[in-house]
Design a protein around this ligand. Structure first.
Ligand SMILES: [Zn+2]
Ligand SMILES: [Zn+2]
Length: 243
């Protein structure tokens, strides 16, 4: 409170004056693209885009990619579309010291993920490899999952799922990166009992190809988890590629 009087709150994104702390200004708000319309009932792919490409299957309510191949996770939801306007915010959050975004993103995730919360038993983040976390100082997904767990009164445990392969984040094309995360995660053997028959809510900042969440979900289910729901701040929306 006192701090607000001394330092007027600034937009998290552009530093313009705003009314309340941990918020963004109306101009930046206009640039956010919410994914609240019709979407694939499994991976959350927004159907506006699919319709344009005539890929929608009205009966199944699944996007073309999910119809072709069953996913290891049960449902994925994202708050915002990842595009040029959102890139700056994500990069600020991910790579620079801007953990204050976490509070704002948590609010958006609480709104977007309502359909996932009721049946979730346990929240955890997509883990970073221990070397990466050291160089970045914090795991942004763990900040989000901790905030969400608190807001939802759910159990948070970031130490059950671990990353055993350190995959460089920006190397290679999307397909190569998708390949790199195969077998990259595992459940700590002594912790298997903690997820047995439990529904897990997995948190990440960006859903890109779905390969990361797919491989986390595989590891969790192999270790006995019942369902895996995925909630991310952003989702990359690229046209369906049947190859
Ligand atoms: Zn702004
Ligand atoms: Zn889908």
């Amino acid at each position: 409170m006192t701090l607000d009087i001394i330092l007027p709150p600034k937009c998290l994104n552009c530093s313009a004056r705003v009314d309340s702390a941990q918020n963004i200004c109306p101009d930046c708000w206009k640039k956010l693209h919410f994914l609240s319309g019709p979407k694939c009932s499994c991976c959350g792919y927004p159907f506006e885009i699919e319709l344009a490409n005539d890929f929608r299957d009205l009966g199944e309510n699944l996007c073309a990619a999910c119809q072709k191949k069953e996913r290891a996770f049960d449902r994925a939801v994202s708050a915002l579309r990842y595009d040029d306007d959102s890139r700056k915010m994500v990069i600020g959050f991910k790579h620079h010291d801007k953990p204050e975004f976490a509070g704002y993103f948590t609010k958006l995730m609480l709104q977007a993920g309502k359909e996932l919360f009721e049946n979730a038993d346990l929240i955890m983040p997509v883990p970073l490899h221990k070397h990466r976390q050291f160089s970045r100082r914090y795991n942004q997904s763990a900040l989000l999952s901790r905030n969400l767990a608190k807001a939802l009164s759910l159990k948070h445990d970031p130490k059950i799922l671990v990353r055993i392969k350190n995959t460089p984040p920006q190397q290679g094309n999307l397909k190569r990166r998708a390949k790199n995360v195969i077998g990259a995660f595992k459940v700590v053997p002594e912790r298997k009992n903690d997820i047995k028959n439990k529904n897990i809510l997995l948190i990440d900042d960006v859903y890109t190809t779905g390969a990361t969440t797919e491989n986390c979900a595989k590891a969790l289910k192999k270790a006995g988890a019942q369902k895996v729901f995925v909630l991310t701040v952003y989702r990359v929306v690229s046209p369906y590629d049947p190859n």
